[in-house]
Each structure stands twice: as C-alpha cells, then as structure tokens.
Ligand binder design. Structure first.
Ligand code: BTN
Length: 326
C-alpha cells in the first residue's frame, strides 16, 4: 500500500535531526502550509514536535496511543506483517474485524488493533479482559501456502515472537506455558488465539489474535484474574510504551513468519522449548472436561503435549488447560 502523507511526515520528523518544512513539503509534493496543518493535527493528538526556523520539524515525544500511520512509519517497508494496519478505538473483537476483512480477500499481513474490545475472546470460549488503552489487543491475518496441519507452527512462532519482543522492550524474559500463554513469575501476561479458515488440504487464512497486558494496574483486573494475571507495568514497576512494544512485536512476528516460510521451523521450536515451563513438570490438564494428571514428557512436531499419566500411559493432548503442579 502506498504510504500516507502522515506516515511519511512521521518517518521524517523521527530522524535525529528532523527535517526542514521546505524539504518536507518538497518531498511530499504539497505546500509548506499543508505540512504545517498536518503537524498541528499531530500535535493535537499529543505528539510533541519541535519547530524552529533553522531546526525544522523534529519529534520530541510521541504519545502512548496506537496511530496506524505512526506504527507504519516506525516499521518501515519490505515486510509482510504490518503491510497494512488499522486501529479501532473500540470494537467487539479485533478477530471479528479481521475475519470479515480476510473473507473479503484482503492481502495477508494486515494487522487490526483496537484500543478496547467489548467482546474480546480467549481460548476455550473464555472472555478476554481488554480495557481501553491498557494493552495491545490485535489480530494478524496470514495466508500461508500450507496445509491446515501446519497451523500449530504459527502459534509456536507467535509465542516466540512475543517473548522476544517483551524481552527487547522490558528486559524481562517471559516463560511459555503450553500451548501459548506467556507468563512472568507464573502469572499470565499475554495470550494467543488462533482461528483458521481451511479446506481439507489447504489453509485459506489464519487469524492470530494476540492480547498483551501492558499497562494494567492491579485495580484494573476483575477479582477472578487478580491472582492469575499480571502486566508488564506491574512487573517492571513502570509504564511501558505500547506503540514501541507494538512495533517490536510486529517486527518479530515478521521475522518468525519469514523463518517458517523458509522452512526453518525447528530453530524456532527449540527456542520455544527452552522457554516452555510445561515440559518436564507435573501438571493437571483439563481437556474437553476430562481431567488428567501426570508428567509432561515432550511436545511433538505438531505441537501436541505428550503426558505420562499417573497410570503410566502416554496420552497425546492437542488442546486444553494446564495447571503446573510442580
Ligand atoms: C488466550 O485465551 O490466552 C488467548 C487470548 C487472545 C486475546 C486476543 S486480544 C486480540 C484478539 N481479539 C480477541 O477477541 N482475542 C484476541
């Protein structure tokens, strides 16, 4: 998609020395007054932009809001993930919107963000708590040329990408709980919901719905989540920039996607394995209402959990809810 005027302005004023109004106007093929009007609009959104007769325009500080043009400006070109970005102030679920766009044939790589969701959904039919401007709630549309059985690779890849981005931005190394929760100190900080539209042999599209608890404070959680969930703000004892994290996550998702497409899945699986707290532990698993207990011996190539039950049998588990006992 051609870059918008705001994307080009933001990319230029983000450079360490900024850019003069005249040069910017020339690059964009618009008048200096038109550039000034866009700068004023950005200031109105909370962007602090220095402007001086000799210094030109330079970004001093960006607000903690998700602005599609600015996310594009920071991502730069030549990538699949984030090729198009949409930000909604409020929606039912970003995955609902992404599903409609995918059905209508939108290209892969589109990312739909929402500042808040009224019907955010989690795995196993659960509700996903998505308060306004506190987290990153988004869905990525992918169209890999692969069979449906390859879908697990994308969940594993997404968990690795999220983990890398969280480490880059906060310095904290999260743990992964099978199948796709990110934990810090045993509490859930992010989750991934994969939904797909497929035929027997062919994946039409995948929706990777990702929720990251960024700046929630203890009081933002409903009672039932208080002891189970945490946020990056709680863990780092400081506010974490959501746009900075959003850009890091999209970059890492793009790297991971390129690796999977290039047939380099096993290196990702190893990275996932090293961070997975479920393997080797005693767990209790609720799988479709059946409760099983035992020790996790491994995760197989399709991402299924191999559980040695207390009766000594190996059970292969494709989906469920795990509680790590020790
Ligand atoms: C889980 O249960 O761990 C998965 C949670 C996934 C939540 C995200 S938030 C953005 C996207 N839209 C949704 O409705 N759900 C996913």
């Amino acid at each position: 998609m051609p870059e918008s005027i705001d994307t080009r302005i933001l990319a230029a004023i983000r450079k360490p020395n900024g850019i003069s109004g005249g040069e910017l106007a020339q690059q964009l093929g618009v008048s200096r007054t038109a550039v000034w009007a866009r700068i004023e609009e950005l200031r109105g959104l909370g962007y602090e932009i220095e402007a001086g007769p000799h210094r030109g325009y330079r970004l001093i500080k960006a607000p903690d809001l998700l602005h599609a043009d600015d996310l594009m400006a920071q991502l730069g070109g030549h990538r699949v993930v984030g090729r198009e970005i949409a930000v909604f102030q409020e929606t039912t679920s970003t995955s609902d919107i992404a599903d409609r766009l995918a059905r209508d044939g939108i290209k892969e790589g589109m990312v739909v963000f929402a500042e808040s969701q009224t019907k955010g959904r989690g795995r196993l039919g659960r509700r996903w708590h998505s308060p306004a401007r506190k987290g990153l709630w988004f869905t990525l549309i992918l169209r890999p040329d692969m069979p449906p059985s390859a879908a697990t690779r994308f969940v594993i890849g997404a968990a690795v990408a999220l983990s890398r981005a969280v480490r880059e931005v906060t310095g904290i190394q999260p743990e992964i709980k099978w199948p796709n929760d990110l934990l810090i100190r045993g509490r859930k900080v992010a989750g991934i919901l994969i939904e797909m539209n497929a035929e027997v042999e062919k994946l039409n599209y995948l929706l990777l719905g990702i929720g990251i608890d960024v700046n929630l404070e203890a009081g933002d959680y409903p009672e039932e989540l208080k002891n189970l969930a945490t946020s990056l703000r709680i863990e780092t004892r400081g506010v974490v920039s959501r746009p900075v994290l959003a850009v890091a996550v999209m970059r890492e998702l793009d790297h991971v996607y390129q690796s999977i497409r290039a047939g380099q899945f096993s290196a990702l699986a190893e990275e996932w394995y090293r961070q997975c707290v479920t393997v080797g532990g005693q767990v209790s698993i609720n799988t479709g209402g059946r409760i099983l207990q035992g020790r996790v011996e491994a995760v197989d190539d399709e991402g299924a959990l191999l559980l040695r039950t207390q009766h000594g049998r190996i059970e292969r588990i494709l989906g469920g809810d795990v509680t790590v006992i020790k």
